[in-house]
Design a protein around this ligand. Structure first.
Ligand SMILES: *Cc1c(COP(=O)(O)O)cnc(C)c1O
Length: 310
């Protein structure tokens, strides 16, 4: 699965490019499509007959997993925390793909998943569990691969990207890009704009994911080097996970008008706004910047009704 890199034009005195992961050719795209593809390689090879995963009702991950299951005729079940079960187009799609939904209070999610897997095994099924958001080395590896695409485009353009910005949630996407860049010996700075987690916890989750993935290779990076490479910014997430503030909505509206680029308020709108603020605050200009558009097309339509048109 590959996506295009598009030149968008000027942003705060820099050259802006966008890698359109939102246009990955499966189920409205997004980083969850790229990550899930890696998990389904294992599911297809391992003879599993049931897929269990976890996600909020607005989850892009749940939508993609449910679609991949529907296409294979595989049973699919998504465990959703009661606290994050508001209706959305992703939820509607997940239901239309025939996934079973199990809604429990967030404190019971872990035990519910364990119990479901046990019950399924006892009834003779072969369930496969995909961590929420496609976290883990398979998801990280998918984005280490994505880094190869970015490096190839930089080579074609005969100039590396100075900075890459993206929305960082569970951190697997950022960790994958960081691993790709480290293994490549690249100087490109990867800036994760947090959409929910605060430092230092959010940052440490990315660092741990980087270390877990690099352990698969003969690569000798010190803890200090990894810590220094992971740039995780938590100051642009407003009130945390969920639909963003009025400023985020404004960013979404303006970015569609100016560049024809659809963002959403939960992830990419926060990241795009964070990128602009960061460029201004750090007085960065004359650089070549890449925005990794991580997707969320159905979320764009959830937010559309909230626009004001002035
Ligand atoms: C899940 C998601 C992210 C965050 O990806 P992580 O790998 O969990 O950090 C960013 N953007 C969108 C649109 C997402 O759906």
């Amino acid at each position: 699965m590959t996506s295009i890199i598009q030149e968008l034009g000027e942003l705060c005195g820099n050259e802006l490019y966008c890698k359109r992961e939102d246009l990955l050719p499966y189920s409205f795209g997004g980083n969850k499509a790229r990550k899930a593809a890696a998990f389904f390689e294992q599911i297809d090879a391992g003879g599993f007959d049931y897929v269990l995963s976890y996600g909020s009702a607005g989850s892009n991950h749940a939508r993609v997993v449910a679609n991949l299951c529907a296409g294979r005729g595989l049973d699919c079940e998504i465990v959703t925390p009661l606290e994050a079960s508001a209706p959305s187009f992703n939820l509607l799609l997940t239901e239309r793909f025939g996934a079973k939904r199990t809604v429990v209070p967030v404190s019971e999610v872990h035990d519910t998943i364990e119990a479901r897997l046990e019950t399924l095994r006892q009834s003779g099924r072969r369930p496969y569990f995909i961590p929420g958001g496609g976290h883990g080395n398979l998801g990280t590896g998918a984005y280490a691969e994505c880094w190869r695409e970015i490096a190839a485009e930089a080579e074609r353009l005969e100039r590396p990207f100075d900075l890459v910005f993206l929305a960082s949630g569970t951190g697997a996407t950022q960790a994958g890009l960081v691993c790709g860049a480290l293994l490549d010996g690249s100087d490109t700075k990867i800036v994760g704009i947090s959409i929910a987690r605060k430092c230092p916890v959010g940052r440490q989750v990315v660092v741990d994911a980087v270390r877990d993935y690099l352990a698969l290779f003969d690569a000798d990076f010190t803890e200090e080097r990894i810590q220094r490479t992971v740039c995780f910014i938590d100051r642009y997430m407003g009130s945390g996970y969920g639909p963003g503030s009025a400023e985020t909505l404004e960013t979404v509206r303006d970015t569609l008008r100016r560049y024809g680029l659809p963002l959403d308020c939960t992830y990419t709108g926060k990241a795009f706004r964070g990128m602009k603020e960061y460029l201004r605050e750090e007085r960065i200009s004359g650089k070549r910047i890449l925005f990794l558009h991580t997707g969320g097309t159905p979320l764009f339509f959830d937010d559309l009704a909230r626009w004001n048109t002035e």
